[in-house]
Write a protein that binds this ligand. Sequence first.
Ligand code: NAD
Length: 491
Amino acid sequence: MGDVVSLPESGTDVRLPQPGLLIGEERRVTPQRLEIVDPDTTEVFAEVAAAVPDDVADAIAVARAAQPGWARRSPTDRGAILWEWSRLVERDSEWLATLEARDVGKPLADARRNVGIVIDRLRYFAGAADKSTGVTLPSADEGHVGYTLLEPRGVCAMIMAWNVPTLFAAGSVGPAIAAGNTVIYKPSEVAPLAPLALFELAVEAGVPPGVVNVLLGGPDVGQALAGSRGIDHLSFVGSTATGADVIARSSRNIVPVKIELGGKSPSVVLDDADLATTAANVGRAVVDNAGQNCNAMSRVIAHRGIAADLVEAMREELATVRIGAWHEAAEMGPLVSARQRDRVRGYIEAGQQAGARLVTGGSSAPDSRPVGYYVSPTMFDRVTPEMAIAQEEIFGPVLAVQVVDDDDAAAAAANATPFGLAASVWTRDLSRAHRLIARLDAGQVSVNELGNWAIIGLPFETRKHSGFHKAVGYEAMLEYQRSKAVTINFR
Ligand code: NAD
C-alpha cells in the first residue's frame, strides 16, 4: 500500500500509488528519490523511486521473457483483461483524477474528463484486440495465394511527457498490449503519480507480470532506454529537441520509433465566422491545461475585417477565466513547474520586446496568486510571422494573433511554422472551409471547434517537426504490429 496524504482543502485523504519501479512482479524501491511538487503550493507532497541503468536492463530482460507467452494468449483474452482494466479505472476514477490534477496542477474537472477518455480508450483497444487482422491478396497467377499476418513488435519502450499523463499511458500501453507486445513505460519525472496508479490497476485487472513494467526517473533513464539494443520499438511523447535526441539514440540500433512532438497550431478565423462562438472557443484555446497541450491552438490567424472585434471579444473572454488550484472551482491552474513558468514568462517578455502588443495578461503572476507557478491568460496582437511567439511552442497560456487579408494568406500563415500538428477553421461557409482543409499542413483539422474527443477512433498523426506516428485510433494498433507477407504455391 502507498502512503496516504491528507488533502485539507477537500477534507479527504488520497492514497498515493506504490512509489517503486514495477519490474515483473517486483516493486523495486531504489535509494534514488524523485520529489513530486504540488504546482499550487510549490511544496513536495510525495516521493517516488528513481531507476539506475541496472534497472533498465532488468526491465528489458523481464519484458523480453514475458512477451512470447503474452503473444500466445488469445487476442480475446487480452481484450478481456484490458476491459477489466477499464472497469477498475472507472471504479477508481476519482483517485486517478485527483492524482493527475494535483501532480500537474490542473483543475479536477479537467482531470476527470481525461480519466473518462482513458476508460473509453482502454475499451476501444479491448474491442480491437481480436479484430486486428491481415489481408488475403489476389494472385495474377493461378495456384498461388498470398496473405499478410500481423504480429506484435515485441518489447516496446515508451518515454512520455507530463501534461496529460493518464491519456498517454492508456493511449500507448492499451494498443501495444492488445496487440501482444510487452512494455517498459517511463512516465515523466514531473508527473508520474497518475500513471503509477493506472498501472497498479492494470496488475489488479490481471495483466500478467512482465507485460507492463514501469521505470521512474528523468532524462538519464530515458536516454538509457532510447539507446538500448534490447527493445523492438520506441514510443516517445515530448519536445521536439528531446525527440531529435531520442531518434539519434535509437537509430544506432535500428529501432523503429513513434515520435509525438510539439506544436504551434493555428485557429484560422474567416471574416464570416460567428464572432461570439469563435471568441468563446478560440479565446480559451490556451486556458485548458494552462496551454500545456501539444495541440493547443496558440496562434490565431484572423481576417482583417473581423480582427479588431475578435481581439476585443477574446480579451473579454479571457477576463472571465477563473484561476485557481486543482481542488478549487477553477478553469485554469498554475503551470507545472517553476522551470515551465519561467520559460513562459521569457516568451511573454520576448513578445513585448519584439513589438507585439500585449492585449491582456503579462509575465507577472496574477494578483490573487502570489504563491504557485501561475501565469495569467495572456494575448498578443500585432504579431508578425518572424517573431518567436509566432514560431516557437510556448506551452503556456499565451495566444498570438496575426492578421491576414484573404484565405490564401491565411493558409500560408497557418503553415508558416516548423510544426504540423493541428489546426482549426472558423467560418459559416463550408466551401471555404473545405478549400482550407485541403491546404492546411496539419495532422488534424477541425471546423468550428478546437477538436473533438467525442469522435470515436479519430486517428492522430502529426507532420513536420511535430513528429511521425500513428496514434489514438485503430491506426495505433497497426503502429504496434508488424506485417509479415506470406505466399504459398499450391500448384
Ligand atoms: P521533454 O522532451 O522534456 O520530456 C519528455 C520525456 O522525455 C520525459 O519522460 C523525460 O524524462 C524524457 N527525456 C528528457 N530528455 C531525454 C533524452 N535526452 N533522452 C530520452 N528521454 C529524455 O518534454 P516534456 O516537457 O515532458 O513535455 C512537453 C512537450 O511534449 C511539449 O513540447 C509538447 O508539445 C510535447 N507533447 C507532444 C504531444 C503529442 O502527442 N505530439 C503530446 C503531449 C506533449
